[in-house]
Design a protein around this ligand. Sequence first.
Ligand code: FNR
Length: 383
Amino acid sequence: MTTITCIEDLRVLAQRRVPRMFYDYADSGSWTEGTYRANESDFHKIRLRQRVAVNMENRSLATAMIGVPVSMPVAIAPTGLTGMQHADGEILAARAAEKFGVPFTLSTMSICSIEDIAAHTKAPFWFQLYMMRDRGFIERLIERARAAKCGALVLTLDLQILGQRHKDVRNGLSAPPKPTLANLINLATKPRWCLGMLGTKRRSFGNIVGHVEGVGDVSRLSEWTAKQFDPALSWADVEWVKKKWGGKVILKGIMDVEDARLAANSGCDALIVSNHGGRQLDGAPSSIEALPAIVDAVGKDIEVWLDSGIRSGQDILKAVALGARGTMIGRAFLYGLGAMGEQGVTKCLEILRNELDITMAFCGHRDIRNVGKDILLPGTFPR
Ligand code: FNR
């Protein structure tokens, strides 16, 4: 493929280049994948109002997310195993984000460590925290994030227990990959990936291995998660994390109005309407369907952002029109990374920016900060 025009082109290229186990890990949802599909298809149901003969000159997508200036209302979402889509994947994505002027979020479950990202970037990145039973480990992670001058903690609330993705079970997902015949054949047919991985020492979970006592082997990921992650996570823990960190906290994985009210009362800085990209509760609504009620309930008290299902600039504009002050992208950037490394993440961001810019203009607006529900065709969007 010589010409990349949209996120789907990046997806197709990533599928060709990334070993199946890791491509499937990114491109799958839980159980029937109903919510995973709805995240994208519900965006398509919303119709935009095309305006003509309005001034479309001098447009601006610049805004702020929790006070951080951004070149467009987009941040890179935390994704585990990013360094398995491409060698040093987290570093490459963080660099692309930094150059583009959008925030990068590093997952607890990343391959590159907090220190790796700090060593390769200047802009403060955000660190995503999963609550584990071992509070001592959480305190050490918070300390490491502080030492790396992370700008915010993204506390993920929707993964106390793990939703099952059938593909991961069938593929025997592990990092590093186990030397089964199927895996060896798969790796051997993906020369770019193999050569890349041979050139780096980073093949396992950089924030965890060697940092959690008695944990050397995270290769059985789902079993390990079940043992380590705290199924009893509560709002008191959110308070605890907020106190320990002392800086900005973003709560990720809010899908319900009641939870949104609790999030707003927690005094955190933003909440993310997210169903984890359809990877947790299959049967939950799409995030764009859940957004308007949450904005109505708490939009005046706390910044409301959205992720899950964004594959185009039109999707971003629709989320902003429905009240999201920012968005996050997961698979869109992972496809870019798997397809072409740092250049692919940059390409992903360029595609989204150009689509967002042109779509906003077609809808008669020149400044993203002025976009509201008036750009949507009544009756086609959730209330
Ligand atoms: C994720 N997500 C995620 N979220 C999180 O808080 N910590 C994590 O480690 C991960 N890991 C992860 C891995 C992969 C492969 C994916 C696709 C997603 C969820 C992620 O932050 C975000 O909510 C979704 O990716 C958004 O949906 P889209 O943009 O992928 O449709």
